[in-house]
Every structure is written in structure tokens, then in C-alpha cells.
Design a protein around this ligand. Structure first.
Ligand code: GAL
Length: 425
């Protein structure tokens, strides 16, 4: 736990078209909400595909435990939190959902500092939560001695996924294990030579590119220097960072040209469709494989991203009670379910993440998830940039703009590096 506490300390220093289930669509999966007298509107970006299936699994437990509360699905499409600007608009306009998804770390601190979420420390006592979550995770959610959200799950960001049939067709060994980014680049070159119609490395729009960038920074800098990027100890203008940006630049040359129009699920599905060989993405990806009947080991394989063995690139989704929530009782009921053992088991089994609760039985989870449970326990934990753990929302937005400019060819590597340094200055 000390490993995580250290990171936590570093973190603290430092219309309707897009809506699914919008405008009063009371998405009870069982369609039975006649008995409900109370309601709760919950904002997430788990709006489609396998992410919606995960949310639905949680809502089923909620319906069972709180039949008197109607679940109103306020999900807005935008993987990786890329729709959270729309949440911000609602918060700023005084039209908050009752509860919303946010990331543990500096992202949640932003909402706390803005006074947009309530102190819910008392629920930790009421629901007996103080001993079931890792204490360092609770620290990460705490500000001024008060806790403002409850975590539903923990994801690992540094995972590489590979299509077994595509690798075999290219004459490559069916493995996703690469000791370094340069060893990985050799494999990408082999794919390119053997299967010119295949995309060696599939990727999506800018948030997935920021995700790739953070993984490259971990691989190339190592965990100490990576952590130093967020607490000012590592110089963004250094040669070491420049070398990492060159690797990032090289990797982008192996990706699909339509990347900017895609979210994360389409590039993941390119592996399933035999269109791409590799995808570097967080462990919401197995939910996509599972939902499309792909078999672990036969259809797809995975490993820690190249050069990141022994590292757990951490993020956690955490739910809030918004300030001036129209339905605080409904929100409380939702927070009870998302923090409960049944809720976390049902949700995470579908979502691909691991429960934030520690009182779980690993064998209740998939083979992949058991690797994540072991890694979270034993490996070095670092905070995710894209997923709200390492940087504030403003810093992330500035980095995202720099990445977009660079991958679309509107800036060179020197400008890119200078803009990243400026974002964290
Ligand atoms: C992350 C979020 C995950 C998953 C992913 C893809 O930011 O924490 O739960 O939803 O985005 O959308």
C-alpha cells in the first residue's frame, strides 16, 4: 500500500443526439418502474456497446435493491471521459445530474475545489466502507479530511491486446509480450511487410492517442521519471522525453488513417474483424471481446504494454453526490448499490475492471481480471494521465490539444514537446 500512497501524494500536489436514454428515458432494464416514487439521474460515458452492458449489470442490482427508485440514464457518448465537458456545462448551468462518474485523483479534486460535489464521508460509515477499500485509494478521494465520492472499480490502462488469427496469418508468434517499445516496433514492421492490408496498430480519436502517449512515457521513462512528470521533478523539455515522443510519433505511423473519427471500441473490434493486429487500450477492452464471443487465448492474447511489465497504470471510476442534486435520496441509493459487494461483483465481471472493494474472491473473475488483481497487488502503481489520476482537467485538455495538433500533422516534434511542457508548467 505504501507504493500507492506515494503516488497519491504526488497526484495531490501537483442536444439529445449524443444522449442515450436522454430526456426522461427511465432505463430500468426490466422495464418495470411503476412502483418507483423516487428517482436518480446518473451521468456516465458508459453509453454504448460493452460499456452500456456493464452499467446495465449495475442497474440490475440497483433495481433489485431499490425498487422504489427509478434509474434515469444520463449517459453521454464519449469514451475516456471525452464527453465530460457536457457534464461541466450542466454543472455550471445549475442543472446537475444527481450523481456522476469521475476519476480518482486530480480530476475529482477539480470538482471538489469547484464546490460541485458534496462531502459524503458519512456514507462510508453508514455503508461500512472504511475497511473495504484500499486506504490509499480512500486517501486519493479525500480532501481536507472529507471524502467526496465512492469508487466502483479500478482499471489498468497499460495493456496491449493482439489478434491471434492476424498474427498467425502474418507468420508471427501469437504473443503480445514485448520487452520494449523497440521490440514491439520490429513486430509492427513484420506485420506491415507480411500483411500490407492489415493495420499493425489500431487506434481511435485523440483521447486514445493521449492514452498511447502515456503508455509510451511509462515505457520509455520508467516509473520514477514518469511520476516526476506530474510533480515537477522530471523536465518535460529533456532529451529523454523527446526520445519518448519520437517513439510515439513512430507508433502513430502504423495506425489507421481514419483514427480521428473513432472512439475506443471500433479500433478494438478491428482485431476481432481481422483488420488490425495490435491495440493498446485499457482493460475495458476485454468487455468488448467478451460481448462479441471472443475466446481468451484462442482469438486474442494480451500482456502489459511493451516495456511496462511490473507496472500497473492506474485509474478508478468514482461516483459523487452533486451539490444541489435534485434527488439526493435517489443518489444515496445509487451510491449504496455501486459500493456494495453485489453491485461491484456484477458490474466488474462485465466491465473488465476489478472491484475497488478488497473483500472479493478472485476466482469469481475472468482469467484476464485475475492477472489485473495480481498486478494491482504486486506491481508498481502509477497514475493515468488520460483517465484523470495524474493531471487536472485543464492540464489534460491542454495536453489533448497538443496531441491532436501533432498527430494531425499541424505541429512538429519540437513544438509538440514545448506545448506539453507548457501544459504542465
Ligand atoms: C475511462 C473510464 C473507464 C472506461 C473508459 C473508456 O476513462 O474510467 O471506465 O469507461 O474510459 O470509455
Amino acid at each position: 500500500m505504501k507504493r500507492f500512497a506515494k503516488v497519491a501524494a504526488a497526484m495531490v500536489t501537483a442536444g439529445c443526439l449524443a444522449l442515450t436514454g436522454c430526456s426522461g428515458n427511465n432505463d430500468k432494464p426490466d422495464g418495470d418502474n411503476t412502483a418507483a416514487t423516487e428517482q436518480v439521474e446518473v451521468f456516465t460515458w458508459w453509453s454504448t456497446g460493452s460499456e452500456a452492458l456493464g452499467l446495465e449489470a449495475m442497474v440490475q442490482v440497483f433495481d433489485r435493491d431499490h425498487p422504489d427508485v427509478n434509474f434515469v440514464n444520463g449517459a453521454v457518448a464519449g469514451g475516456g471521459g471525452s464527453s465530460k465537458n457536457l457534464l461541466q456545462d450542466r454543472l455550471d448551468a445549475g442543472d446537475p445530474p444527481d450523481s456522476f462518474q469521475a476519476h480518482a485523483g486530480l480530476e475529482i479534486q477539480d470538482y471538489i475545489l469547484a464546490g460541485q460535489v458534496e462531502d459524503i464521508s458519512s456514507l462510508y460509515d453508514e455503508f461500512n466502507l472504511r475497511s473495504v477499500f484500499p486506504s490509499d485509494l480512500i486517501d486519493l478521494l479525500t480532501s481536507g479530511g472529507k471524502i467526496y465520492s465512492i469508487p466502483s472499480n479500478i482499471h489498468r490502462a497499460n495493456v496491449i491486446w493482439a489478434s491471434v488469427p492476424v498474427l498467425e496469418a502474418a507468420g508471427l508468434q501469437a504473443t503480445a509480450e514485448f520487452a520494449s517499445m523497440s521490440a514491439f516496433i520490429e513486430a509492427l514492421d513484420k506485420i506491415k511487410a507480411a500483411s500490407p492490408d492489415i493495420v499493425p496498430l489500431s487506434i481511435g480519436g485523440v483521447w486514445t492517442q493521449v492514452h498511447l502517449l502515456e503508455v509510451v512515457l511509462i515505457a520509455e521513462l520508467g516509473t520514477d521519471a514518469y511520476n516526476g512528470l506530474w510533480d515537477g521533478k522530471t523536465d518535460w523539455k529533456s532529451g529523454q522525453v523527446k526520445a519518448a515522443l519520437e517513439i510515439f510519433n513512430k507508433l502513430i505511423t502504423y495506425t489507421n488513417e481514419d483514427r480521428d473519427s473513432l472512439d475506443w471500441e471500433e479500433p478494438s473490434t478491428m482485431l476481432i474483424n481481422g483488420e488490425a493486429a495490435f491495440n493498446i487500450m485499457g482493460d475495458w477492452a476485454p468487455a468488448n471481446f467478451d460481448s462479441k464471443n471472443q475466446v481468451d487465448g484462442k482469438d486474442y492474447v494480451y500482456a502489459p504494454a511493451p516495456g511496462t511489465v511490473g507496472v500497473f497504470d492506474f485509474l478508478a471510476d468514482s461516483f459523487t453526490l452533486t451539490t444541489n442534486a435534485p434527488h439526493p435520496e435517489g443518489a444515496k441509493a445509487w451510491l449504496q448499490t455501486i459500493s456494495s459487494l453485489d453491485g461491484q461483483v456484477a458490474f466488474n465481471r462485465i466491465k473488465g475492471s476489478i472491484p475497488a472493494r478488497t473483500d472479493i474472491t478472485p476466482s469469481d473473475f475472468s482469467t484476464y481480471q485475475q492477472t489485473a488483481i495480481a498486478s494491482f497487488k504486486n506491481d508498481t502503481i502509477v497514475p493515468s494521465l488520460q483517465h484523470g489520476a495524474a493531471a487536472t482537467i485543464v492540464q489534460l485538455n491542454t495536453i489533448t490539444a497538443a496531441v491532436s495538433k501533432f498527430t494531425s500533422g499541424a505541429s512538429d516534434i519540437e513544438t509538440f514537446q514545448a506545448e506539453l511542457a507548457q501544459a504542465m508548467a
